[in-house]
Design a protein around this ligand. Structure first.
Ligand code: ADP
Length: 190
């Protein structure tokens, strides 16, 4: 990717353990910041109920994902428990060069990989009040069977240890407070 100095907007990466509330918080932040556009991740996983093609993810087949990967379409990509995820290089560049700020919602390893490629990216770690509360949220979301929840929680321990690598840590206790803090952070440019 071209140096971010060529682009007008800034790239924000929102990350944190599964179930902390990334999708929920970012949806609210996008409503408040018309200059901020979401670059949508590609995935080979199946859509969950209520998820929209092109909005939550670009849902693609394994073959399409491979083709995009070969074309160099991803800033970073990873396989997570048998599903592939990739961050769209073009979409990020288009958003930034049109003068908007871009936001990517990524897991922790993806966020750190983007930072290695684009050091100017502003990495924000969304932190749960506790691992118990993270468990409650994963259970309340109702999208995962118990063994998947356990796997996500085990991974969350490592993910929490990476928080110090991020530019900012935002606590998602009360949703409204987390949204407000993120809006302010993005408005002042990270
Ligand atoms: P992620 O995108 O990080 O995996 P989600 O946005 O799917 O997380 O949120 C996980 C669950 O937690 C959802 O059911 C969501 O409604 C809930 N949630 C998100 N933020 C909060 C919050 N601040 N307080 C309580 N529940 C929350």
């Amino acid at each position: 990717m071209a140096s971010q100095a060529d682009c007008k907007g800034r790239l924000f990466v929102i990350s944190g353990p599964s179930g902390v509330g990334k999708g929920t918080v970012v949806a609210e932040v996008l409503k408040r910041l018309p200059n901020l556009k979401r670059a949508v991740t590609y995935t080979t996983r199946k859509p969950r109920q209520g998820e929209e093609q092109g909005k939550d993810y670009h849902f693609v087949t394994r073959e399409e994902f491979e083709r995009l990967k070969e074309q160099g379409a991803f800033l970073e990509w990873a396989e997570v428990y048998g599903n592939f995820y990739g961050s769209p290089r073009d979409e990020v560049e288009q958003i930034l060069s049109s003068g908007h700020d871009a936001v990517l919602v990524l897991d922790v390893q993806g966020a750190l990989a983007v930072k290695r490629q684009i050091p100017e990216a502003v990495l924000i770690f969304l932190k749960p009040p506790s691992l118990e509360e993270l468990r409650r949220r994963l259970e309340a979301r109702g999208t995962d069977p118990p063994e998947v929840i356990e796997r996500r929680l085990a991974k969350a321990q490592w993910e929490m240890e990476q928080a110090s690598e991020f530019d900012h840590i935002v606590l998602n206790d009360r949703l409204e407070d987390a949204v407000e803090e993120l809006v302010k952070l993005i408005e002042k440019g990270g």
